[in-house]
Design a protein around this ligand. Structure first.
Ligand SMILES: [Zn+2]
Ligand SMILES: [Zn+2]
Length: 305
């Protein structure tokens, strides 16, 4: 590569880092190859217009002292807080998705009652519904991380807020303490008094998946992605979250790969199966297509999303 060409590499491609010494499969795994959309310029209410983020390239992440799973500490635990109606996003489905996404064992802990979680609450002025202060929940979670846990992600039907000046938050995680919490409350149209249209539970599962893999990715020291439309990018509102895919971009995938050490093609194949199984078909097709590309360097005939 000449000096001139080096200068014209897009920052989002440069952030992936040098892959020239990797195996052909790994090189393809981190090659965007037309399968990822660049992060669009934010609209006025979008995340990046309101929360400017310091970009974190793969090299930046490597230089940080981050938590990675070790032989004694590699289980992802999900902790239900409070009761869940039968219509809530399915924990068994989320368990399978998170297992396929991170390739780590996932276990669900016995549920804890909301009253046993020492978190400040308030009544949200616009919804008139109770909310828990998420940082209080995170602080409580740090004392409950099992010895063999890499990560502890709490899930609840209670609505959450991150600080008094904010309206709500879908979820929140600590980048250093390996804990996170997310709410399913806003994934039910009934929360807003709206009608539950056909297929709403599938949408709710997709949204719960987005928040769950997003928060758990933070626990590997990944900060919000600014490079591509990516599951690790920040999101200010539901429409913005819905416009994002459920998969990580090549920059974020490379960080997770370095932290966990999976086979990227096998990971996409397993993820595709699980996503088909739970009815998230567009992402399943994307993973099938991507697995074929990583294995063969040829785009697949049928599964192009
Ligand atoms: Zn986040
Ligand atoms: Zn990313």
């Amino acid at each position: 590569m000449t000096k001139h060409e080096e200068k014209t590499v897009e920052p989002r491609v440069a952030a992936i880092g040098d892959t020239s010494r990797l195996s052909p499969e790994l090189r393809r795994a981190f090659d965007p190859a037309g399968d990822y959309e660049p992060m669009p310029d934010p609209g006025p209410s979008d995340w990046l217009a309101n929360h400017p983020e310091k970009p974190q390239s793969y090299a930046d992440w490597l230089n940080k002292d981050t938590n990675v799973p070790g032989p004694q500490r590699r289980i992802i635990y999900l902790l239900p807080i409070g009761e869940f109606p039968p219509s809530a996003p399915s924990l068994p489905a989320l368990t399978k998705i998170v297992h396929a996404f991170f390739t780590l064992e996932v276990k669900v802990l016995p549920a804890v009652a909301v009253k046993d979680v020492p978190a400040k609450t308030r009544i949200n002025p616009s919804t008139k519904k109770r909310q828990l202060l998420a940082p209080d929940v995170l602080r409580w979670l740090t004392k409950r991380v099992p010895d063999d846990a890499f990560a502890l992600q709490a899930v609840t039907m209670e609505d959450l807020y991150p600080e008094p000046s904010w309206n709500f938050v879908f979820g929140m995680a600590s980048l250093s303490e390996r804990v996170g919490v997310q709410s399913f409350a806003r994934q039910d149209p009934a929360f807003f008094g709206d009608a539950r249209e056909a297929g709403w539970q599938n949408v709710a599962l997709r949204r719960a998946t987005w928040t769950m893999v997003h928060e758990i990715s933070h626990m590997f020291g990944l900060t919000h992605c600014v490079y591509w439309k990516c599951v690790v990018a920040g999101s200010n509102h539901q429409a913005e979250a819905d416009s994002r895919p459920l998969h990580p971009c090549p920059v974020c995938l490379r960080k997770l790969h370095a932290a966990i050490g999976f086979d990227p093609a096998a990971r996409e194949e397993e993820l595709a199966k699980v996503l088909r199984d739970v009815g998230i078909d567009d992402e399943a097709a994307w993973s099938e297509h991507r697995a074929t590309w990583i294995r063969t360097g040829q785009p697949s005939e049928n599964s192009k999303p």
